[in-house]
Design a protein around this ligand. Structure first.
Ligand SMILES: [Zn+2]
Length: 195
């Protein structure tokens, strides 16, 4: 598989919604879920900034509202967007957390899952650093499976059946994580993961 260093075991503190073993870069772009609403859906995304470039600091900067618009022409197009995700998995498998899992991150936008709109209310958004047509790395699949398994334990309102791509809840508007994301590989790995 990968020659990356195995990640530390993941652990979510339910009180804070924070993931031990992740780098924390807390975003101001979140608010509370509606009263009584639990996370029931996992939404997988793909992102790169600038598009197609990996490894820079720009995703952190976007999600913390500090993207310098002069650093790249594309940044001017997305300037002022107040968006976030709960976590990002970088190409090397490193997990960065931006929003506590119990809170509402702003990742799905206008969206619907099985007729229920506003997916941010009841979902957890996980970003993979990548593009629609670049194969995601082995380390990313391993980290995504580990994180998903940890979330399923920490939040019993989540299920293995309710895991979708951004393109599934915002069809015609969003294409990520793209055809490069191997759902069968992910689901097979997840099915064989026990915690
Ligand atoms: Zn997305």
């Amino acid at each position: 598989m990968s020659d990356a260093v195995p990640p530390p075991p993941l652990q979510i503190d339910r009180a804070s919604g924070l993931l031990a073993g992740a780098r924390q870069v807390l975003s101001p772009h979140f608010d509370a879920r509606p009263a009584g609403v639990l996370p029931e859906l996992l939404v997988v995304h793909g992102i790169s900034l600038p598009p197609g470039e990996f490894g820079g600091p720009w995703i952190d900067r976007l999600f913390t509202g500090t993207l310098p618009v002069d650093a790249h022409p594309y940044f001017r197009e997305i300037a002022g967007q107040r968006v976030s995700a709960h976590a990002l998995i970088r190409r090397d498998g490193q997990i960065v957390q931006y929003v506590p899992f119990g809170e509402r991150a702003w990742h799905a936008g206008q969206s619907a899952y099985r007729g229920r709109s506003a997916c941010n209310d009841f979902s957890i958004g996980l970003e993979l650093e990548g593009t629609d047509d670049t194969p995601y790395s082995d380390a990313q699949y391993q980290a995504l499976v580990a994180l998903t398994a940890t979330l399923l334990v920490a939040y019993p309102s989540l299920t293995r059946q309710a895991i979708v791509g951004h393109s599934d809840v915002a069809p015609g508007r969003k294409t990520d994580p793209g055809f490069a994301f191997d759902w069968e590989r992910f689901r097979t790995l997840l099915a064989t993961t026990r915690r």
